[in-house]
Design a protein around this ligand. Structure first.
Ligand code: SF4
Ligand code: SF4
Length: 358
């Protein structure tokens, strides 16, 4: 299957404003803030910043059908060295423990290796959100070795252990190339029992469903990948698809948008609110603008502080960021449904859905 970015085909929902309108206009569904109030948290606030998640741009070697970034080979947005340097300064100034690098395919940014090596030298934990196929792409032959040398934790997308489902969502032969990349990472020690090189896999549903129970699915992944391909990994993260960008378009095309949003709202789990990832992270885009999370970034919900760009942060703004009020909307139901969802997988072990499609 060949997908194209919404931007390239001139789709109206390439615009974050149009996506926000669809999400916020439908009065059939409650506002996210109403359900927060009902569970005694009228305003979601940050509790410091453990993680700086840096989205280095929209350029990617794939064009997956569900992509919330609308990334692809035709996208040009890519972080400059000035913004990359400002991110590294921020890690030191705010004493942030983890640098989490995402995209697009983050490794395609020219300053990806600078970010990794300098953050590693600063003693930070570095996470690479990797689509796996980039490790097998021409020109990136030494990438896996570079990641291992810098003790980078790899969080890799593999939405299913079955070839057909992966290729349907992510493109032709993506499964085969992902398997080759995982085997290469295993040979370097990634994901092997007792290894200091963590390799986590990310599952996200291939359709309008909530993820199944994370623990049970991890056991299935482990059994099938080990038996069929000799692959080992550290852990599996289940992530709920956000009803934004290309997944939103897909839902609307299949007339499943209302059905899916209702599913998310009805599965609202108050126990997830405490651990929502936005409460301990800050997200920065390729131009340096700041957001509460990558989803807010894609909806262009910038922070409303007086200096909302990492290039111009003063100490006063930095202090405000630590305890800021978080901007929420109906898309946030994607984080609170069932067991909850974050960049590190589910948030609770209870309340999970069993309607997954694996
Ligand atoms: S690999 Fe990731 S960033 Fe690239 S198109 Fe697929 S989902 Fe989007
Ligand atoms: S989408 Fe999720 S992580 Fe982002 S602000 Fe909403 S609840 Fe927080």
């Amino acid at each position: 299957m060949v997908n194209m970015t919404l931007l390239r085909i001139g789709h109206p929902l390439a615009s974050p404003g149009q996506q926000r309108t669809i999400l916020e206009e439908n009065s059939e569904f409650p506002a996210f803030s109403d359900l927060l109030s009902e569970c005694g948290t009228p305003v979601l606030t940050a509790r410091g910043i453990d993680t700086l998640q840096v989205n280095v741009g929209r350029v990617c070697n794939q064009t997956c059908g569900h992509c919330h970034v609308d990334a692809g080979p035709d996208r040009k947005e890519s972080m400059t060295i000035e913004v990359a340097e400002a991110c590294l300064d921020f890690l030191a100034r705010a004493n942030v423990r983890t640098l989490d690098i995402t995209g697009g395919a983050p490794e395609m940014n020219p300053y990806f290796r600078l970010l990794v090596s300098r953050a590693h030298r600063q003693g930070r934990k570095v996470i690479d959100r990797c689509n796996l196929t980039i490790l097998e792409a021409p020109g990136y032959e030494d990438l896996a070795d570079f990641l291992a040398e810098h003790h980078v934790e790899i969080v890799a997308s593999l939405p299913c252990y079955l070839e057909e489902n992966v290729n349907k969502q992510r493109g032709d032969r993506v499964f085969q190339r992902s398997v080759a990349a995982l085997q290469r990472l295993n040979r370097l020690g990634y994901g092997m029992p007792g290894s200091q090189l963590p390799l986590s896999l990310v599952y996200n549903p291939v359709g309008p469903f909530l993820p199944p129970d994370q623990q049970r699915l991890e056991a299935d992944y482990r059994r099938v990948l080990r038996t069929n391909h000799g692959i080992e990994f550290t852990s599996l993260f289940t992530i709920t698809n956000m009803p934004i960008s290309r997944f939103l378009v897909d839902l609307m095309r299949q007339e499943q948008y209302d059905v899916y949003l209702r599913k998310l709202v009805e599965a609202f789990n108050p126990a997830t609110v405490e651990g929502l990832m936005c409460r301990a992270m800050l997200s920065v885009d390729w131009q340096g603008y700041l957001y509460d999370c990558d989803f807010n970034q894609m909806l262009d919900l910038k922070l409303t502080t007086s200096r909302p760009n990492i290039l111009h942060l003063d100490d006063e703004t930095l202090q405000q960021l630590l305890h800021r009020s978080i901007i929420t909307g109906r898309h946030c139901f994607g984080c609170t449904a069932g067991s909850g969802s974050s960049c590190q997988g589910s948030l609770t072990s209870s309340g999970s859905s069993s309607t997954g499609d694996v």
